[in-house]
Design a protein around this ligand. Structure first.
Ligand SMILES: Nc1nc2c(c(=O)[nH]1)N[C@H]1C(S)=C(S)[C@@H](COP(=O)(O)O)O[C@H]1N2
Ligand SMILES: [Mo]
Length: 388
């Protein structure tokens, strides 16, 4: 029988070389798992890019991000977290398939080979860090001293670049093993086929199980099975989970005593809560979709933001800055493009699911707009002003 190509690393005659006789450390298995991992990484990357652009749009995109469909971010972020979680077992299986190459002898066969090995090391490190950082973030465990989003974003590009390089280098091997080979051209022992099927079945089950116990945080039909999620759709006051409570945001009752909404534009004004309640009220059904993966639709009542802007004679094309009573933290101030500010569904909400908004959901008033990440749905709004 021919020695299977790349089934095990080249061992030459070095006494330090290690032989891997176990099956499935072969390029066909690596290709099949790599394809699945590639799909997960691609979906995760594109949806992550979208989330980043919504939260920090470059100037030319700031007024072009979509407000429809209203659930667009709910879908993309749900997919981002689901594919990120699915990537974990896929990545571990891929690494297991190729790990004998770590013991390749000699470790370096020339400059090209050295560069390739370095690029693989960067790829593996970036991929592991990226998915585990993301996982910890979905579990709301911020163990690092730096900004999660900036580092997650930068690492995504390192990962994308080194992955493209890896695919380019491995292109001949990938294309040779893309399809299952006929027995004549098969270089691998046929007996590994059933093993490969078992491995893929196990891997598929792991991905499926992880998805089923986590996707219910944003996908209502699976809500009863939610185990691996920090928030449960059905837990939370007024029928909606709370991400940061008023106490955690250090909102005190005394700050609310003389609360008035301040709208600053060409004709600035302030309104008390009673005065806001006298303005025309609207009802909308819109989701909160948290970047951490959970989302839920709710019924909101309140004043149309565009009515408040018109009253201050703020031009229709203007972008806004929305400020919270919250003094510190990244969510105290947000910016909003005109496509959301002028949308008839965007409210300064005073009520939630038929009740007066409670303190944890942003009493006396909060922003709710279609298609935006939860982090931008500012609670405890104090002031709205024209940006610029
Ligand atoms: N001022 C302020 N607004 C905020 C936050 C915050 O911490 N402070 N959290 C945001 C996040 S991350 C989310 S997901 C939503 C959650 O809204 P909820 O707690 O009413 O469900 O509020 C957003 N608005
Ligand atoms: Mo969030």
């Amino acid at each position: 029988m021919r020695k299977p190509a790349l089934r095990a690393p080249r061992t030459r005659s070095s006494p330090r070389a290690v032989r891997f006789r176990g099956g499935l450390h072969d390029p066909r298995t690596a290709t099949v798992i790599g394809r699945l991992l590639g799909v997960a990484v691609l979906v995760c990357f594109v949806t992550g890019l979208f989330s980043h652009v919504l939260q920090e749009p470059p100037g030319w995109l700031a007024t072009r991000t979509p407000a429809r469909p209203v659930w667009v971010f709910r879908l993309t972020q749900g997919l981002h977290v689901a594919t990120g979680i699915a990537a974990i077992p896929l990545l571990l299986a891929k690494l297991w398939t190729v790990y004998p190459r770590l013991f390749e002898w000699p470790p370096v066969r020339g400059v090209r080979h050295a560069l390739e090995r370095i690029s693989v090391a960067v790829l593996v490190a970036a991929a592991l860090l990226e998915v585990f950082m993301g996982l910890l973030n979905t579990l709301q465990w911020y163990v690092w001293p730096f900004s999660f989003r900036q580092v997650h974003w930068a690492l995504a590009w390192v990962l994308a670049g080194s992955l493209l390089l890896h695919i380019a280098v491995k292109a001949p091997l990938i294309s040779a093993h893309w399809r299952r080979r006929s027995p004549q051209t098969l270089q691998l022992p046929q007996e590994s086929d059933p093993d490969r099927r078992s491995l893929l079945l196990g891997l598929g089950s792991a991905v499926g199980a992880l998805t089923v116990v986590s996707a219910g945080q944003s996908f209502p039909p699976l809500r009863q099975l939610t185990l691996l999620a920090p928030r449960h759709m059905d837990h939370g006051s007024q029928g909606l989970p709370v991400n940061r409570t008023a106490a955690a945001a250090r909102i005190s009752r005394s700050q609310l005593r003389d609360w008035r909404l301040s709208v600053r534009g060409p004709r600035p004004y302030t309104l008390s809560l009673a005065e806001l309640r006298e303005l025309p009220q609207h009802r909308v059904e819109l989701p909160i979709a948290c970047v951490e993966g959970w989302s839920k639709s709710a019924r909101w009542t309140g004043v149309r933001l565009r009515d408040l802007l018109e009253r201050a004679e703020i031009p229709q094309g203007a972008s806004l800055r929305v400020e919270s009573l919250q003094r510190e933290g990244a969510f105290a101030v947000t910016e909003m493009g005109a496509q959301y500010a002028q949308d008839p569904l965007t409210l300064l909400a005073l009520g939630l699911n038929g009740e007066v908004l409670n303190l944890d959901h942003g009493y006396p008033a909060r922003i709710i707009a279609p298609g935006r990440p939860g982090v931008l749905q500012t609670k405890w709004v104090r002031q709205i002003e024209v940006l610029g």
